[in-house]
Unconditional design. Structure first.
Length: 249
């Protein structure tokens, strides 16, 4: 009985050795020579190239491009390669995949609503979003002193991190004279609200056709920005209208 078991073990061992030898022979004869003799390429530097140029460079030398991810970057513009794997200069087999990471540009945030806030509160809100406090303009108004009553960008405007946002800060009520702010680029409804805050009135509103600006956008004003006028004075506005409208009320 023991002899049969030993004989069976020897046969299995012999077969194992034979199979292993055949595998080694096949590897040396066919697989390894094919692998060693297959064409090789040097990975080019792709960082700094546009996505299209990087793909074209890889196709020239028969390497496959794979867009691995899009990453926000302060350094690189949108659509530019900012990272690659394998690294440039590495020797790889023909047809190898090269993973490229594309810049999404600076991350954008929406401008917060700063109206009604103190300067300190506004700075804190901007810093939390990666924005900076821009130019601070002091103007008299009927709002409480040291309160923001206007801002450079309307709430929700997309901005890049690091951008500055200017604000208009009230210095309280000025008895008889008001310095006119810049109304150009603001909506008519927004200007009406600001004029009421600084004790001025809307004068003549002249509508002009525009194909490039949204309707009811202020494109000019009289008196101009920086003019000193009396409380209660009228400010004439020139506002865009839709070219399809024959008459704007």
């Amino acid at each position: 009985m023991n002899k049969n078991k030993r004989k069976s073990f020897l046969i299995k061992s012999f077969l194992f050795v034979v199979v292993l030898a055949l595998i080694i022979f096949a590897m040396n004869k066919y697989v390894l020579p094919w692998f060693v003799s297959s064409p090789e390429e040097i990975v080019p530097k792709l960082v700094g190239l546009s996505q299209e140029k990087a793909i074209a460079e890889l196709e020239k030398i028969n390497l496959q491009s794979v867009i691995a991810d899009t990453i926000y970057s302060e350094k690189y513009d949108i659509g530019v390669v900012i990272l690659q794997k394998p690294r440039p200069g590495q020797v790889v087999k023909d047809g190898r995949r090269v993973y490229i990471f594309i810049s999404g540009g600076k991350q954008t945030v929406n401008a917060p609503n700063l109206k009604g806030k103190s300067l300190r509160e506004a700075k804190f809100m901007l810093e939390r979003l990666g924005l900076k406090m821009g130019e601070i303009e002091d103007l008299p108004s009927n709002n409480p002193k040291d309160m923001i009553f206007d801002q450079q960008y309307a709430e929700g405007t997309p901005l890049k991190r690091g951008d500055s946002v200017g604000v208009t800060l009230t210095i309280g009520t000025l008895s008889s004279r008001v310095i006119l702010p810049d109304f150009i680029g603001k909506s008519l409804s927004e200007v009406v609200e600001i004029l009421a805050d600084i004790s001025l009135r809307v004068g003549t509103v002249t509508f002009r056709v525009s194909n490039s600006l949204l309707p009811n956008t202020v494109i000019d004003q009289f008196p101009s920005q920086g003019s000193v006028v009396s409380v209660g004075s009228q400010v004439d506005l020139f506002v865009t209208k839709n070219p399809d409208n024959e008459e704007e009320q």
